[in-house]
Design a binder for this molecule. Structure first.
Ligand code: ADP
Ligand code: MG
Length: 878
């Protein structure tokens, strides 16, 4: 509740009546309690009471007061209306909602209080001010409807009109729901109350700095269906949503929410992209981060990420689409194949590629310009941007004609060149129009008869005045007669004092200066009036005609959007072709053989930033040999190698060529990565608990078609603990999941698994030792690494010699000791290697004091026991 908790409860203001304006304010504010209300007063937006105090602080503007009829003044803060966009953005970035209340009638026409109401509300997911949104990213609003274990999810970008809808039925894996929502990086989520019942999920979402909103509807189900049918102008069955109840509800909630906020018909949202949750490879947010697909973890920017390497798109919509492709790799070979074939055809046509690129280069953001048409915040200059863009379409189509691959043919056939829309703008809008709608100078001559007439009247009037000086000099014989203009008196005729005797009777004196007098004539005033009214009328008329043209475009908006989509698609394919050429990629073979075979693979990002040559490496993973244990010293290149495999697979599955000399990619359904706590560059605060819960999530979700990358997992705890966990995880993957797995580890003991389990193979990244030094060869070779070379690496890193020498001595001692321990324990029982004895284990359980445990403690303890038990079990297998 807004006012109740505030310092400015009504009570404090006593029983005096508020001023009428303040009454009006409070009435409106009462309807928008959760938003900061921008209340239009003339040329300002004013905020009052708590809103004013918040705004003054957050926007660093002055806090003043306004008489409101009470004994105390109301706190007030204000901003000039034309600067509002920036202030709105600022508040929204800080997590506020902003409601814009406008004057609904012209104050000069109204006798009493001007009518006012809220015309638009802004939230993070619904901003339409394009200055604040990244050009090559989408700004998504997600609507989730949860009922029992069923979810309807709808995702929209109101600035482009993109809408995606899906449904997940009977799902008790909350991670899956989280991944599905978060992979869009929404800036705002709305959901029904039921969704908020899972605290863990809500907390996780909030940590993504996402604005979370409860939203419920009074609509019946029938009304929801109707809302959708009206929006998309089609029956629910034709829209293929007939039996998708949860999707329908989430979509209808979304539309209702947007209608409440924007209060204009959402014409830009006119197509539903329904997808099944198995249409794409789902990438969880950890994997997107770990593999640095969209953002480099060092710089938090595109530079240094896979997207950074692949993005040579030249249009904003192409940039957004490529990002989307990377976030949604395909899993159907035929779909991948058509993309690959198209990239290949473009790659092989150097000249055609250049021509297409040149045509695309001049195309503006047609998607967002379309939304501006709908939101009526489009200006005449934007129309010229649209025109310049459309002008390129025939050339693009012409250039596409010659291609034979399926996808390019389809793009060619589907591309509507929109000549009619081009013609409409070309005929109506001036080449260099004003950006403002209230200054005229928008409409071309010859487009509208009335505008032409008014312009003519104004020009003729001005001509008449321009000629007046000469003709009056003639008539009166006064050689120094001058015609001038000032704001107060308008046009006048100026006569110096010495010539006053020659002034005709028809002149009317208006103003006396020190050595001259100014006159007007009835005729001059008449012409002046004609000019001024003509200009005023002209401005209004141009505005009206502009709006008519805008409405004409609005009707055609889905044609513009469709063309924009085709341009985006082509832009992405071209970008992939360009990158394939410059970086010497090859076309991968994609199939369903469940095998990964890569020759001379390279890391697509690191190879572009290294100064020395990148050393390529092979890999072969199949259902017979799905698991690789990779050892080797720090800095050898283990992490790089594993990531490069994941990235090559991912690239292949978006339809990109890959950095290798040959690649055969059996489709992978998911890629999972977990980077061990000690190697976790990203979160820093990552604890062992987080690491383990992520691993458990992977084990729950992975299948025999998945790729799992475990980089130094188990290092967040003591060596034996960690090692035992790593061991049992690997065994579990091997026995139960059968996923392809790359496991980099420091625990050399784990390389013993190779002997025990078929399908696990040891590899290491080779180094050579030269005296005391170590040289990295970066080549992956079969077999386990013989030692860790930690001391040599430290030496490379510049640790002082005395420390290095001492460390060597200690290591020698330790290694001799360890040999003793291992030989000893091997003679007794293997369990000792893990520091856990069965007897101890049983004793521990029987002695545990349950009565004095909190439920949470008990759960944690159970967790510990379970881990210990699994280690014991792992040993019993042997
Ligand atoms: P590890 O995980 O084994 O500690 P990294 O994979 O982090 O090692 O690699 C360390 C550095 O070695 C990388 O940042 C990169 O500069 C270099 N490097 C790794 N692999 C290669 C390679 N194949 N060719 C050239 N340099 C490489
Ligand atoms: Mg590493």
């Amino acid at each position: 509740m807004y006012f109740e908790n505030s310092n400015f409860s009504f009570g404090r203001f006593g029983t005096l009546a508020f001023t009428p304006m303040m009454e009006q304010y409070l009435k409106i504010k009462n309807k928008y309690k959760d938003a900061i209300l921008f209340f239009r007063l003339g040329d300002f937006y004013e905020m009052f009471f708590d809103d004013a105090i918040i705004a003054a602080k957050e926007l660093e503007i002055a806090l003043t007061g306004k008489d409101c009829g009470q004994s105390e003044r109301a706190p007030m803060a204000g901003i000039p209306y034309h600067t509002a966009d920036n202030y709105i953005d600022k508040l929204i970035k800080k997590g506020y909602k902003v409601a814009i209340c406008e004057q609904l009638e012209d104050p000069s026409m109204s006798k009493g209080l001007v009518e006012r109401d809220v015309v638009r509300i802004y939230t993070p997911g619904t901003i339409i001010n394009l200055n604040s949104i990244e050009e090559k990213s989408n700004n998504y609003l997600v609507s989730v409807y949860k009922y029992k274990l069923n979810y309807g999810i709808s995702i929209v970008d109101v600035t482009t009109g993109d809408l995606f809808v899906t449904e997940i039925i009977n799902c008790n894996n909350i991670n899956k729901i989280y991944d599905e929502i978060i992979r869009y990086e929404p800036s705002e989520i709305i959901a029904n109350s039921d969704f908020f019942s899972n605290n863990k999920l809500i907390k996780a979402i909030k940590s993504k700095h996402c604005y979370l909103n409860k939203f419920t509807s009074e609509n019946t189900y029938e009304e929801m269906v109707e809302l959708i049918e009206n929006q998309f102008n089609n029956s629910i069955d034709e829209l293929n949503l007939g039996n998708k109840k949860y999707a329908i509800i989430s979509l209808s909630l979304l539309l209702e929410y947007l209608n409440n906020l924007h209060k204009v018909p959402l014409k830009q949202i006119n197509k539903i992209n329904y997808y099944k949750d198995d249409s794409f490879m789902v990438l969880d947010s950890n994997t997107i981060k770990n593999l640095e697909i969209i953002e480099s973890s060092k710089t938090n920017s595109k530079k240094g990420s896979l997207l950074g390497v692949l993005d040579k798109t030249v249009t904003p919509m192409g940039g957004r689409l490529l990002k989307k492709w990377l976030e949604e790799p395909l899993i159907k070979t035929d779909k991948i194949q058509v993309r690959l074939d198209a990239v290949e055809e473009l790659l092989n046509d150097y000249k055609g590629r250049l021509e297409l690129n040149e045509a695309l280069n001049g195309i503006y953001d047609l998607e967002r310009l379309s939304s501006k048409i709908v939101y009526q915040n489009i200006n005449p200059k934007d129309f010229i941007s649209i025109k310049i863009s459309l002008e390129k379409l025939p050339q693009v189509k012409e250039n596409l004609k010659k291609y034979n691959t399926l996808l390019l043919k389809e793009l060619y056939l589907k591309l509507d060149t929109l000549e009619d829309i081009y013609k409409l703008i070309e005929e109506s809008i001036k080449e260099d129009p004003s950006t403002s709608l209230k200054e005229g100078n928008i409409i071309k001559d010859g487009y509208d008869e009335n505008i032409d007439k008014l312009r003519k009247a104004s020009i003729e009037g001005k001509d008449w005045i321009a000629n007046l000086e000469a003709s009056e000099r003639d008539k009166t014989g006064i050689k120094t007669l001058k015609v001038g203009y000032n704001k107060v008196f308008g046009y006048y005729i100026e006569i110096t004092k010495s010539n006053l005797s020659m002034v005709p009777d028809t002149y009317i004196r208006k103003q006396t200066l020190s050595n001259a007098e100014r006159f007007i004539t009835p005729e001059l005033k008449e012409i002046e009036e004609t000019i001024l009214t003509a200009e005023e009328k002209l401005i209004n008329m141009e505005y009206e005609v502009f709006n008519n043209i805008r409405r004409k475009l609005e009707i055609q908006i889905n044609r513009i959007q469709n063309a924009a989509k085709i341009i985006a698609f082509l832009d992405v394919l071209l970008s992939l072709a360009v990158v394939a050429e410059t970086n010497y990629y090859v076309k991968p073979l994609v199939n369903n053989n469940n095998k990964i075979f890569i020759k001379d693979g390279r890391h697509p990002v690191i190879e572009t930033i290294l100064e020395e040559n990148f050393v390529s490496n092979d890999i072969e993973l199949s259902s017979q040999d799905p698991i690789m244990i990779i050892t080797g010293p720090n800095m050898a290149g283990k992490s790089t190698y594993m990531r490069q495999i994941a990235l090559i697979i991912l690239m292949a599955q978006i339809g990109s060529f890959v950095p290798a000399s040959y690649a055969e990619i059996g489709i992978v359904d998911r890629i999972f990565t977990r980077v061990g706590a000690s190697d976790d560059l990203f979160s820093g605060q990552s604890t062992f608990m987080v690491e383990m819960s992520e691993v458990s999530n992977i084990l729950k979700s992975a299948t025999d078609k998945s790729l799992i990358i475990l980089d130094e997992v188990g290092r967040g705890t003591s060596t034996y603990d960690g090692m035992s966990i790593a061991w049992s995880v690997l065994e579990y993957i091997h026995e139960t999941i059968k996923a392809k797995t790359l496991f980099a580890t420091h625990y050399h003991e784990l390389t013993n698994l190779e002997k025990q389990l078929n399908g696990i193979k040891n590899y290491n990244i080779s180094v050579v030792e030269k005296n005391d030094d170590i040289i990295f060869l970066r080549k992956i070779i079969p077999g386990a690494a013989d030692k860790s070379y930690g001391i040599q690496v430290s030496k490379l890193a510049g640790l002082p010699d005395c420390i290095i020498e001492k460390a060597k001595e200690i290591l020698n001692n330790l290694e001799n000791n360890k040999k003793e321990i291992i030989t000893e324990t091997a003679a007794t029982t293997q369990i000792d290697i893990f520091g856990i004895e069965k007897d101890n284990f049983i004793k521990e359980i029987s002695e545990c004091d349950i009565d004095n445990m909190t439920p949470l403690n008990a759960l944690n303890y159970l967790n510990v026991l379970k881990k210990k038990a699994s280690v014991l079990r792992c040993d019993n297998h042997e």
